[in-house]
Design a protein. Structure first.
Length: 170
């Protein structure tokens, strides 16, 4: 009986530890353009500058907020982005929305309304997997810490519970 309970607790410990690991890779939230939102900027480099010092990971959320007439086009290839060709954007979504980055690799965002893209309402990012962090480059606040305090707490709580149940042969 005591042995079975011990085995069950090891299973529970494993599940708790896995849930802790999932918690470590918590996604980062970004408001595109920060307080300026998703609008036509006064200079063409605004969104490129905004994105340039950030590292994006799969599962991160991009929030596009705007008033007035804008759209978000999402492209996976550079050609249409470079010349603001909005006739072939991969995805069009109206009104404010949240985009959760599904995969690694390049993403190109542009406004498909009028000449907004040509006036700088566009940016590209290169999305990395959580396992591919380069240790030498400085990480923004989106980077997950390598070791979670939660994992240690979960591990030692489970271990303590295991010792208690084996000691008292519940
Ligand atoms: C670029 O445009 C943004 C948004 O209009 C503005 O906040 C920022 O000051 C501009 N930067 C420069 C260098 O003009
Ligand atoms: C825009 O993209 C479409 C679809 O790929 C293409 O047929 C068209 O020639 C492109 N236009 C320009 C100006 O590049
Ligand atoms: C990125 O740049 C912005 C403004 O230029 C600054 O406020 C922010 O702290 C920078 N982030 C990092 C991670 O360097």
């Amino acid at each position: 009986m005591g042995r079975n309970v011990g085995l069950n607790i090891i299973w529970i410990c494993s599940i708790v530890a896995m849930l802790s690991i999932i918690d470590v890779s918590e996604a980062a939230d970004y408001t595109v353009g920060d307080s300026f939102g998703w609008n036509v900027p006064t200079n063409e480099s605004f969104y490129i500058d905004w994105a340039s010092n950030k590292t994006f990971f799969v599962g991160d959320n991009l929030f596009f907020n705007w008033n007035g007439d804008h759209m978000v086009g999402i492209e996976r290839e550079a050609t249409h982005y470079d010349n603001c060709n909005t006739s072939a954007v991969g995805l069009l979504i109206g009104s404010s929305f949240r985009y959760t980055i599904p995969e690694t690799g390049p993403y190109y965002f542009l406004c498909t309304v009028g000449d907004h893209c040509a006036r700088g309402q566009k940016f590209s990012i290169n999305v990395r997997s959580l396992n591919s962090e380069a240790p030498s480059s400085p990480q923004p606040d989106s980077a997950a810490p390598p070791i979670s305090f939660g994992i240690l707490v979960a591990f030692f709580s489970c271990f303590a519970l295991h010792m208690l149940t084996t000691t008292f042969k519940v």
